[in-house]
Design a protein around this ligand. Structure first.
Ligand SMILES: C[S@@+](CC[C@H](N)C(=O)[O-])C[C@H]1O[C@@H](n2cnc3c(N)ncnc32)[C@H](O)[C@@H]1O
Length: 444
């Protein structure tokens, strides 16, 4: 291993929020440094490849720098931009979307200002925390960046105060009941993760304990005591995940005590949220995201709308009263069950849901749509789906994406028959490098 110290100057930020610097024919990506900042770094190379890079001393401060108020930053890998002022985070995200659109689809469009999140702390309505033994003690926390080393976290500034209170209570009871944390290397123990979902509107919570086994002594007692101690918790569910995997949730859910759902409200509709179904994680931004997408879709009362990758039907249900008919398509069975319940809960009878892969649906369906709203997962959509959109040729396509590089790749397929008329980033994930984007396309 060869070690070397050098002085660097940051000239840009990469897509993961790391400072970029080019020196001696090498490009370095350095977390925690901002544009214009200079620093002394120590590099170590192994077999000619960069093995480690440490910032030894920062020589100046960018005017965009702020002091992180999180005691776990930067060790915890959850937030990458806590050292960047919030207004600058918004501009960073706008530029990131603009650059990626240019790079992967050749689009030169002026991306709109990023819609900011108010608040940008204590907003997250969903937290998943690994449970591990650290120095012989059961701890809840988050993983260090790029590792499975647990950092015990007493208070995460991103989760809601209710979720923080529940975390503390679960920790206390897991210790009291002497439940064994899972050890992925040794294959011992059984409590893997806790998952807390909270509802902003109704101030309710659902707790899921992820375990390798359903054989947990005193589990009913545990759940009753937890609900007894935190009255906002409406239910405790056990999720069984025996596999050796990074995927957090297993297939099977066993209700232990109370309800299996909580309820939240978006505009004037109620939505059920369960352990497995997708729900946007920043409740302060959901109406900004959906409201902007719906407004820009310029819907007509005669429109038939496809809500592709619909989750629990939140977008389709939010716009159903403005149009003739909505069809929602979603792969996850539980999400579709929730979507059907959500439509009933809100007395809507012009919306239906189909449990199918979106590409399969598009290849087989003969239905015509006036507007397609699509909100695929991070990996984006498929060529076949996008070709089918071109064939159906709706008046408007609204593409909502949480990963601008796959958005850019997918938009390229639609440019033959569509013009991109606006691109709006929405800050659903403050203090991280992630950005949600709404792209609106009109038929040529
Ligand atoms: C980003 S979420 C959006 C959900 C919803 N639109 C919302 O705002 O809550 C993406 C959804 O796509 C679903 N999904 C993933 N792959 C799919 C596929 N091939 N076909 C249909 N749905 C899929 C996921 O289960 C998830 O519910």
């Amino acid at each position: 291993m060869s070690k070397r110290r050098l002085q660097v100057k940051i000239t840009g930020l990469d897509d993961f929020g790391r400072g970029i610097c080019k020196t001696d024919g090498q490009t370095y990506f350095i977390p925690g440094l901002l544009v214009g900042e200079e620093a002394i770094v120590e590099t170590s190379f192994k077999f000619g490849k960069l093995n480690d890079l440490k910032v030894m001393e920062r020589l100046n401060s960018s005017p965009d720098r702020t002091v992180s108020i999180c005691p776990y930053y930067p060790q915890c890998g959850g937030c990458q931009l806590l050292h960047l002022r919030y207004e600058s985070q918004l501009e960073y995200k706008r530029q990131k979307v603009q650059n990626l659109l240019h790079k992967f689809s050749g689009l030169d469009i002026k991306v709109e200002e990023t819609i900011s999140s108010n608040p940008h702390f204590e907003f997250r309505n969903k937290v998943q925390k690994p449970v591990r033994k650290v120095n012989g003690k059961l701890e809840l926390g988050f993983y260090k960046t790029d590792s499975h080393e647990l950092i015990p976290v007493k208070k995460c500034l991103m989760e809601t105060p209710l979720s923080q209170k529940i975390s503390r209570e679960i920790h206390k009871l897991l210790v009291k009941y002497r439940y064994e944390p899972y050890d992925e290397d040794k294959g011992t123990g059984y409590i893997r993760h806790i998952l807390i979902k909270t509802s902003r509107h109704y101030n309710e919570a659902l707790v899921t304990i992820v375990s390798t086994t359903d054989k947990i002594k005193g589990r009913l007692q545990f759940a009753k005591e937890l609900i007894g101690n935190v009255k906002e918790i409406k239910g405790v569910v056990l999720n069984i995940n025996p596999r050796h995997t990074n995927v957090i949730l297993g297939e099977k859910n066993i209700p232990i005590y109370g309800y299996t759902h909580i309820k939240d409200r978006i505009f004037d509709n109620d939505f059920l949220i369960s352990t497995k179904s997708f729900y946007q994680t920043n409740p302060y931004q959901i109406e900004n995201l959906y409201g902007t997408a719906i407004k820009k879709a310029q819907l007509k009362a005669t429109d038939v709308v496809l809500d592709a990758y619909c989750g629990t039907g939140t977008i389709g249900i939010s716009l159903a009263k403005n149009v003739k008919q909505v069809v929602g398509v979603e792969l996850e069975k539980d999400a579709v069950k929730d979507a059907i319940k959500n439509a009933k809960l809100n007395n809507l009878n012009n919306i239906c849901f189909i449990n199918q892969d979106c590409t399969e649906y598009m290849l087989k369906s003969q239905k015509r749509f006036d507007v397609i709203i699509m909100d695929p997962p991070r990996k984006g959509s498929t060529n076949e789906f996008l070709e089918a959109v071109n064939q159906i040729n709706p008046r408007t396509v609204v593409y909502i994406s949480c990963e601008p590089s796959t958005l850019a790749r997918d938009l390229k397929h639609l440019l033959k028959r569509y013009r991109v008329i606006s691109v709006t980033p929405v800050d659903m994930f403050p203090n991280t490098f992630s950005v949600e984007t709404i792209a609106v396309l009109k038929r040529k």
